[in-house]
Design a protein around this ligand. Structure first.
Ligand code: 2P0
Length: 322
């Protein structure tokens, strides 16, 4: 029996499209910040008495028809280790209940770490990230803490994550504004596939994202929040332009998302360096200095209550709890 903890991550340079659907090889390299506030704890026990894998999420048994990705990752671990038994998997998501934030990144990273160790493998972070990737693309990056790059690669061996700056000794955080608690209508998987197939701007996205990645690594190395924020914001909006320009068109924005963007623009006009990023849902993450958070919260307060605002600081990579 092994228990592992992994934190979620938010991409600053987004992953939005697959080259290989089966192996989850992305169309471009991406870069994220791992967050301390949101994480998953997963315990894996291989047991000869089981006749199938069984998966409990937050103490509830998940129906077999919704566990195919979990079983897929366990099959990969069994093939690598020679473990023949089925597994009991128990996961707890430590995401504020109202957050409505995706947990597949922390979930599959914790599963990869716990399952490999329970099966007797002792893998390094790079190998773990390749296994996490087979469950969900964004999970590749949650193996490591701080700023993390997922190298696109062209094969299972060459598509993996690597830490860029694991310990962050400068002032950066993310303030998440929760505007919607329900599940997203269009999954990331379906949304990115549609964008790749139908957006006329997809090739421009790929070429300009490579440039954004090079520049953001420079900003991280310079500990330059302004440059990092500008690049992250424009990269996120280019990703969302792919959904708007897909056929049929769709968007993850809602009215509140746009309202928060307006607030961020007006805060910047008042001299507060803050920037927005968004993923496959309407919640907005504001990249800013922790020292500016009280001012940002007070500015948002006419429209957003304190229980809609969650502060997350840079977090660590996977750890074992036993
Ligand atoms: C990212 N997102 O880089 C991008 C930006 C959402 C927006 O990765 O199909 O759950 O399991 O590989 O990882 C969310 O997609 O998709 C995601 P799959 P995943 O974080």
């Amino acid at each position: 029996m092994t228990t592992a903890r992994a934190h979620t991550n938010i991409a600053l340079i987004k992953y939005w499209g697959k080259l290989d659907e089966a192996l989850i090889i992305p169309q471009n390299s991406s870069l994220s910040l791992t967050l301390d506030h949101f994480y998953t704890d997963t315990t894996v026990t291989f047991d000869e008495n089981l006749t199938a894998d069984s998966f409990y999420l937050d103490k509830k048994l998940v129906p077999r028809q919704r566990t195919s990705r979990t079983t897929h990752v366990l099959d990969i671990v069994r093939a690598q280790s020679g473990e023949k038994r089925f597994a009991l998997v128990k996961s707890t998501n430590h995401v504020p209940t109202s957050a409505g934030l995706a947990s597949s990144a922390s979930g599959f990273a914790a599963l990869a770490a716990a399952a490999t160790k329970a099966a007797g493998l002792n893998l390094d972070g790079k190998s773990l990230s390749r296994i996490a990737r087979r469950g969900s693309g964004s999970a590749t990056r949650s193996i490591f803490g701080g700023f993390v790059e997922w190298h696109q690669g062209h094969s299972d061996e060459t598509s993996y994550a690597e830490p860029i700056q694991e310990v962050i000794d400068w002032d950066i955080c993310m303030l998440t504004v929760i505007v919607e608690k329900k599940r997203k209508k269009i999954s990331s998987r379906a949304g990115m596939n549609s964008s790749v197939r139908t957006s006329p701007y997809y090739d421009s996205w790929l070429s300009s994202t490579g440039k954004d990645l090079t520049e953001i690594k420079q900003a991280i190395s310079n500990k330059d929040l302004v440059q990092l924020g500008e690049i992250s914001e424009r990269n996120a909006m280019k990703m969302h332009a792919l959904t708007l320009s897909a056929s049929p068109s769709f968007t993850y924005f809602n009215g509140d998302s746009i309202k928060i963007m307006d607030y961020v623009h007006s805060l910047r006009a008042k001299g507060i360096p803050c920037y927005y990023t968004m993923d496959a849902g309407p919640n907005v993450k504001i990249i800013c200095r922790q020292s500016d958070v009280p001012r940002i919260i007070s500015e948002l307060s006419p429209d957003f209550s304190s229980d809609q605002l969650i502060l997350a600081k840079p977090g660590s990579g996977v750890t074992y709890l036993d």
